[in-house]
Design a protein around this ligand. Sequence first.
Ligand SMILES: Cc1cc2c(cc1C)N(C[C@H](O)[C@H](O)[C@H](O)COP(=O)(O)O)c1[nH]c(=O)[nH]c(=O)c1N2
Length: 224
Amino acid sequence: MPKSPAPETAREFNPDERAALYDIINARRDVRNEFRSDPLDEAALRRVLEAAHAAPSVGFMQPWNFILIREMAQREKVQKLFAEANDEAAEMFPDERRDAYRALKLEGICNAPLNIAVTCDRTRGGKVILGRTHNPEMDVYSTVCAVQNMWLAARAEGIGMGWVSIFDHEILKQILGIPEHVELVAYLCLGYVDKLFDQPELAARGWRQRLHLDDLIMQEHWTD
Ligand SMILES: Cc1cc2c(cc1C)N(C[C@H](O)[C@H](O)[C@H](O)COP(=O)(O)O)c1[nH]c(=O)[nH]c(=O)c1N2
């Protein structure tokens, strides 16, 4: 083991920098079909992926990979899989919600210039991983942290990002050639956007409203 390194002084952020972070967090949106068709700037895309790779991960496992999907033929296959699952999903809602569900646009697979599948290699780093010994799903949670970093970095870059999860993941894994020991965590659509909702689109469309934070904070133990 190398000698214990000493931590360096924690840099402080000034009020403008702090405000910028909170602005980005609050201005981030899930983007469905409002994408422009022009391709992403490669340097900006690299920064977004660097942000993902800077995410925390259990035992510093860094279990993620990023599959960049640009080919339209591939995206059309994925879109078809979405359409099948979306029809099934519509049937699961009660009658009064079904039409409202069908009216929602829930993906931008072919509209966005780039799709990214974010995966979690459950075997990376070996069988015993620090922090994961009793909760094996921690590697997947780590990968979700990477996705959130991407979402925020993309917003800062003027790039919209949407997460599409209405799929049979096993079939999607086959389409993308993902091996069995690798989990597909997120299927993302990315592209520049000119306009964004200033609140979640699902709230703006009356599907579901934001809960009050004060109703979600509890003291010492769970309270109903
Ligand atoms: C794990 C996961 C999976 C999905 C989503 C999000 C997350 C975190 N969201 C986006 C979701 O609807 C959105 O985040 C909320 O409605 C809140 O809106 P904003 O993200 O604040 O714009 C999402 N949206 C959509 O249109 N189709 C989808 O399949 C999914 N799937």
